[in-house]
Design a protein around this ligand. Structure first.
Ligand code: ZN
Length: 307
């Protein structure tokens, strides 16, 4: 009797196409979808550390429960939304959009200076794209003018383009006019290739002073992990430098003009992903961490939102 009533109600909900003339098997499919959705929503209501969640994670995806989920459990106060998304991403009980970024899970910004280079930059872009990752490329004007196609590819890959001066000048040794020229020539080359302006600047040698800060109209981005890739030119050493130091919020310095750096990126990116790191541009990382980049400030990493 009760069952019959439920059935009648169900028919009203799903509409006339599933009315009594339709076989029960057709009702099963939407019913299954709804049941799975309800189960997922129910699961999301359990606190992160509940025995039920742990049981579910361990029994289903033991191998995917990784550093990221450990990290979110131990270190970061979770918002309800973030908690669900973190759980969803890292236990993989459903495939979510791999481009989605979980603001509660660790992230880092890979940055590449002195390019672009038609060979090594392209190889780096291939690795990033295959791993749903983005990076920031601080280009020098001489290369930007010469390799316009590579600039287009950087932009098409969803990566960020920053200014690294026209010919790698030490800006603190130049007068205001020369500084303006060093910066504008890069902007013109980037704009010509991509239609976009550069969004950030990294002064060569990390050299800046008060006068330079006054003159710049984009934020200064430095780094907190130096791979010294220009010196070692050894992929394994570069990879080790990153993997031994990396932590949430880091900005990692590399140079996309060396084949050895491209080799290293092929090692580093999948490893970082495996450890639960999301690889984003500097500006993306700032915004995901709730930080507004301000003019007149130099940023060397985003370890927390209060920084
Ligand atoms: Zn440089």
């Amino acid at each position: 009797m009760i069952l019959k009533k439920i059935k009648e109600k169900w028919h009203k909900i799903v509409g006339p196409s599933y009315s009594k003339h339709t076989s029960d098997s057709k009702i099963l499919y939407p019913g299954f979808i709804i049941a799975v959705s309800l189960f997922s929503i129910m699961l999301a209501q359990f606190p992160q550390n509940s025995r039920f969640r742990r049981w579910y994670a361990l029994s289903h995806h033991n191998d995917i429960v990784n550093k990221a989920i450990q990290y979110t459990q131990d270190n970061i106060p979770l918002s309800d939304h973030g908690e669900f998304l973190t759980y969803y991403r890292f236990t993989g009980f459903g495939e979510c959009n791999p481009d989605d970024v979980d603001t509660n899970a660790p992230m880092i910004a890979l940055t590449f200076d002195d390019g672009p280079n038609p060979e090594s930059t392209r190889r780096i872009l291939d690795v990033l794209t295959a791993n749903y990752s983005h990076a920031t490329f601080f280009v020098v004007g001489t290369n930007a003018e010469q390799y316009q196609e590579t600039l287009k590819e950087i932009s098409a890959a969803g990566c960020e383009i920053g200014n690294h001066t026209y010919n790698h000048a030490k800006l603190t040794s130049l007068g205001a006019d020369e500084v303006a020229e060093q910066i504008d020539k890069v902007n013109r080359a980037v704009k010509k290739a991509t239609g976009e302006n550069t969004t950030v600047i990294r002064p060569p040698y990390g050299a800046y002073d008060e006068a330079l800060m006054q003159q710049l109209d984009v934020p200064v981005i430095l780094w907190d992990v130096d791979t010294e890739d220009w010196e070692s030119r050894n992929a394994q050493k570069i990879a080790d430098a990153v993997m031994s130091k990396v932590k949430d919020g880091d900005i990692i310095l590399m140079h996309d003009i060396y084949e050895s750096t491209a080799d290293a990126v092929e090692i580093i990116v999948p490893k970082l992903k495996e450890q639960g790191y999301q690889i984003v541009t500097v500006s993306e990382m700032a915004s995901y961490k709730g930080k507004t980049l301000e003019l007149g400030k130099a940023y060397g990493g985003f370890q927390n939102a209060q920084q």
